[in-house]
Ligand binder design. Sequence first.
Ligand SMILES: Nc1ncnc2c1ncn2[C@@H]1O[C@H](COP(=O)(O)OP(=O)(O)OP(=O)(O)O)[C@@H](O)[C@H]1O
Ligand SMILES: CC(=O)N[C@H]1[C@@H]2OC[C@@H](O2)[C@@H](O)[C@@H]1O[C@H](C)C(=O)O
Length: 381
Amino acid sequence: MKMKKLAIGLMSGTSLDGIDIILAEISGVSLETKVKVLKEKTYPFKDSVVQKIKDAMDDQLSSSKLISSLNVELGYVFGEAILTFYKDENIDFKDISFIASHGQTIYHIPNDEDQLFRSSLQLGEGSIISELCKTTVISNFRLADIASGGQGAPLVPYADYILFSDLHISRAIHNIGGIANMTFIPKLATLDDVIAFDSGPGNMMIDKACQLLYQKRYDDQGDISRSGKIIKEMYDHMMKHPYYKLNYPKSTGREAFGDKYTLDLLNQFYMHEPKDIMHTLSMVVIDSIVDSYKKIIKKPIDELILCGGGALNLFIKEEIAKKMKETKVSVLEDYGYSSQYKEALAFIILGNQTLNHLPSNVKSATGAKDYKILGQINYYR
Ligand SMILES: Nc1ncnc2c1ncn2[C@@H]1O[C@H](COP(=O)(O)OP(=O)(O)OP(=O)(O)O)[C@@H](O)[C@H]1O
Ligand SMILES: CC(=O)N[C@H]1[C@@H]2OC[C@@H](O2)[C@@H](O)[C@@H]1O[C@H](C)C(=O)O
């Protein structure tokens, strides 16, 4: 299968900042996969849609009625965003072979709990996207991995392995989105050698605090956090969160580090300067990222590539570089890809595997028993 195809990747992540859409050319499969990014753009969610997503995640405000409706509504929101992308970028829908859509995570239960099954729910109905965009759509990538005993996350490590494995260099790719997740690929690695997990929160606490304390969507370039100093009591309290000590496989989400967690912290430490609160939140993100290498992986890392919107936070990038002196720390842009769109690109690679009846989970990352073909396919007709 060497034929080149055009495909769309769509990602709306845990930070709820918008819908990342990418157009790429893809050929080959598995290790022979070749991708070329052609266009990329982000379309913001309407505030009313963000509110419905947050309500659907909230144990008190959610209802089965809301979830049923939101699944279809997000199908329309995603499909219409793709149609706008086609218009903006002069793309003819007939040229597109497939759309791979991650969907909006509403709830993620990485491990069985009392009365609760390990599960993960992504909304944005593929049937609706397929109907609107008149193309085959692959969605719901996580459940086949869960069926095989995995956590269903993280899934991007497969794409990281295809894009960044190297014979001579050990590389880690750290995505700092709402949640921060990493893929470590030792030199000469097989897929089984890859280590990947969510290191903990990325921007979600920093964003929430910035919105409440400064009425800004995020801490642009990390300037506010840089200007503050550490609140030791708050830092020590936060670093005691049990998630950081867990060994991999492990994944997390808004359930653990979302608005409720941040609001509780702000209530507890309200007497401190806002800029010191921002600094402390950022230092927890930075140290949980660095600790994932120094305390969990404990292997030499030649190159660390930062990506996700958080790679644009220079304070985070500089502090990580200071703490990992033996590693070359760079951003995805240095490798010819944009930080914000790698996850959308990754789902094109995963969707291509699916259409070719090939697996794309990484067992060591999710804890699954087998390599599985991921996703559900809606053919357009
Ligand atoms: N210039 C900037 N300076 C600082 N932070 C930024 C900047 N631009 C974006 N960000 C951060 O990046 C976030 C968006 O990141 P991204 O789009 O990678 O998240 P996501 O894909 O929703 O999350 P996840 O990877 O967890 O699913 C914003 O909410 C903001 O915190
Ligand atoms: C359940 C879920 O949506 N998890 C996301 C989230 O955002 C980052 C991190 O937590 C990662 O585990 C995952 O996303 C990427 C796309 C992944 O599966 O690799």
